[in-house]
Design a protein around this ligand. Structure first.
Ligand code: 7TS
Length: 406
């Protein structure tokens, strides 16, 4: 099914705003996508009709707020085909979800145990493991990349051993766009008895996710990149593992009972949700899932893929254009430099022309080291982007290229 992009755009009032007197061309979706009106409405509805703490009030507003949040959990489970809502833990986002995994399963690791990550990880899938290595001496092993920006799976196979306890990799790279073969990689990890965690921050907005098919033990993503509100994200965890893990943080609602010297934990997922959650964010996320389901993720992915291919084709004709990320399987992320022009200068000039892209190391500094660059300019697409916006980007690059120190 081809999508009616004009009708979709009309659901995003922000897309008709201007910046510096020019129409906004928003191509920074890998950082944060925009939210459709129904998400904004869900937030407003919660604030105006049922703002009350969840799971702890015996009054109507609290019941309604609880039901709305739990509907968000059910929607999140559906989005990634989790077997049950109990395996969906609400977090602040992907970062907190990955910290939760490292902090809890890390308690069972000892010096010399190995955790495998990849060369293209976001800092949120590097630093929590680094912190753990400082605490208990685990060893971090890194899967290298091939020249096209895909992972070297032969090297991955060689890294795995009976010392490997965990493999944690991104499903899609936020810089290169590379989509990693996580199903195959999960099977390889499980063969040596390791757990497999997927950072799905960049895949969940652009691909049909099925955690049961991937057969991963953990899967993390952020609502704000999937047309949802900020401040809320998800960690999926396999039930048997979540039930064994210790809690992450302590506080209200994550307990069975608390008496001096005798504390028990709540059942999953609440064991991992200490304190008042972002119940309005969770409720509004259901509206984002509704938006995605109405369009169909396969249709969204097809539109973005087509747009990215069109953009690559148009941009490739610009003299001096350098692309980063040429793996055969990629999502709608294009990282580039114009000759040796600084990414920051390029982004600044594009911004003045109304085009929002991200510049810099994209929180993936080890990847920048591997590419021997400081940063890139990144254009990233969402379902509401159009060929006309790509044309605007290409025209703007052609216009600014002569002004840049290349
Ligand atoms: N993992 C990947 C692959 C990401 O791209 C990001 C955010 C995160 C984890 C962290 O997500 P958060 O919601 O907890 O912050 N990536 C980006 C980006 O590429 N530009 O801004 C944020």
């Amino acid at each position: 099914m081809s999508l009616d992009i004009a009708a979709i755009r009309s659901q995003f009032p922000i897309l008709s705003r201007e910046v510096y007197g020019r129409p906004l061309v928003y191509l920074d979706n890998a950082a944060s996508s925009q939210a459709p009106q129904r998400v904004v409405d869900a937030i407003a509805k919660a604030y105006t009709t049922a703002k009350a703490n969840v799971h702890r009030g015996n009054h109507l507003l609290s019941h309604q707020a609880t039901d709305a949040m739990e509907a968000g959990r059910v929607a999140a489970a559906r989005l990634i085909n989790a077997p049950s809502r109990d395996e969906i833990i609400f977090t602040r986002g992907t970062t907190e979800a990955l910290n939760l995994v490292a902090a809890t399963m890390g308690q069972g690791l000892k010096a010399g145990d190995e955790v495998v990550v990849s060369a293209m990880e976001h800092h949120s899938n590097i630093v929590p493991w680094h912190l753990l290595s400082q605490r208990n001496g685990i060893v971090i092993k890194v899967i290298p990349m091939l020249p096209d920006g895909s992972l070297d799976l032969d090297a991955y196979a060689r890294l795995l051993s009976d010392r490997t306890r965990m493999v944690s990799v991104c499903h899609a790279s936020n810089v290169l766009g590379t989509i990693n073969p996580v199903k195959q990689m999960a099977a390889m990890a499980h063969k040596v008895g390791a757990l497999f965690c997927v950072d799905g921050a960049q895949s969940t907005p652009h691909a049909c996710i099925d955690v049961q098919d991937i057969d991963c033990d953990f899967f993390a993503f952020s609502s704000h990149k999937v047309y949802g509100p900020t401040g809320i994200g998800v960690l999926y965890g396999r039930r048997a593992i979540l039930e064994q893990l210790p809690p992450y943080q302590g506080g209200g609602e994550m307990i069975g009972h608390v008496h001096w010297g005798d504390i028990t934990w709540a059942d999953i997922p609440y064991k991992f949700e200490a304190g008042t959650p972002d119940y309005i964010g969770a409720a509004a996320f259901a509206a984002a899932v509704d938006f995605v389901e109405e369009l169909g993720m396969a249709n969204i992915a097809a539109h973005e893929q087509q747009l990215a291919e069109y953009a690559r084709g148009q941009m490739a004709a610009i003299p001096g254009m350098r692309f980063f990320g040429n793996a055969p399987e990629r999502c709608g992320v294009i990282s580039f430099l114009i000759g040796n022009a600084h990414h920051y200068d390029t982004g600044l000039l594009l911004d003045k022309m109304g085009i929002a892209v991200r510049t810099g190391h994209h929180c993936a500094q080890p990847l920048m080291d591997a590419l021997a660059i400081e940063g890139t300019v990144r254009a990233s697409f969402a379902v509401y982007n159009t060929e006309a916006e790509v044309d605007a980007l290409v025209a703007a690059i052609r216009r600014i290229a002569p002004l840049l120190d290349r």
